[in-house]
Design a protein around this ligand. Structure first.
Ligand SMILES: CC(C)(COP(=O)(O)OP(=O)(O)OC[C@H]1O[C@@H](n2cnc3c(N)ncnc32)[C@H](O)[C@@H]1OP(=O)(O)O)[C@@H](O)C(=O)NCCC(=O)NCCS
Length: 211
């Protein structure tokens, strides 16, 4: 079921906080205007001032999207979403896709990686696009960009865990491989693990830079 995004929640303004001061270590070099399949958008690292925009994005996920992203049907309460916007930009990175609607910013998706404590040089990645925007090439472009950032930050590989029935994510990884990023898979017994090799430079194949 696709849930519309034009809903209201009590007390929610859904704006990036205009007074928010970016963290000192905010990696501004990764803020890029891009075009993907004719849509202009910004890819940029998330920051804590995005909390309201993230609440709006997460509130609009269908049950299937939640299940494929979080491996549970439980919806994360808005009060717990700050862990997705408050990150260190080193072991934990998140890039959001942002577009403008009626002059207001909206986050359409988010791709992130997180380095487990006992692992170095690799990280677990995950991606989610809000239901209203799925199927428009944003996921492929955002993943392509996340991989460029991950390699630039020194990662040799990233891996993603995917439900057996998640054909959209499998196709997204296949698009990444067709674009020039090799991967191999492993069956963990409960899901598929896609291990993407970042030893070689990651080609740009799913978007163009505007600036
Ligand atoms: C998987 C996901 C990130 C893909 O993002 P997207 O923006 O919809 O993907 P794109 O538009 O770039 O399409 C990528 C491929 O998936 C396919 N696809 C997109 N939506 C699909 C759907 N509902 N069913 C089947 N295939 C689908 C596209 O056809 C495309 O394949 P192609 O290159 O062979 O044409 C998105 O569907 C999503 O957020 N799903 C829920 C969360 C999730 O599964 N996360 C993965 C955890 S790692």
């Amino acid at each position: 079921m696709v849930v519309g995004i034009d809903f209201q929640m009590p007390g929610g303004s859904y704006q990036s906080d205009p007074d928010y001061v970016l963290p000192e270590n905010y990696p501004a070099k990764y803020v890029k205007k891009v075009v993907a399949r004719g849509r202009e958008m910004t890819f940029r690292p998330v920051h804590p001032g995005d909390n309201d925009l993230m609440i709006r994005l997460y509130s609009a996920f269908s049950k299937q999207t939640i299940f494929h992203r979080f491996f549970t049907s439980a919806r994360i309460p808005p009060s717990k979403l700050s862990r997705f916007t408050n990150i260190d930009y080193v072991r934990h990175m998140a890039i959001v896709s942002e577009e403008t609607k009626d002059g207001a910013p909206m986050i359409t998706g988010s791709a992130r990686y997180n380095t487990p404590k006992d692992e170095e040089g690799t990280a677990e990645m995950a991606i989610v696009i809000g239901d209203p925007w799925q199927g428009n090439g944003i996921g492929t472009a955002l993943l392509n960009y996340l991989l460029i950032v991950a390699r630039d930050c020194g990662f040799k590989s990233v891996y993603g865990l995917v439900h057996y029935d998640n054909s959209a994510m499998v196709k997204t990884f296949e698009a990444v491989r067709a674009g020039g990023v090799p991967y191999h898979t492993a069956d963990t017994g409960t899901e598929l693990k896609f291990i993407l090799n970042l030893e070689d430079p990651v080609p740009i194949f799913a978007f163009n830079y505007v600036e």
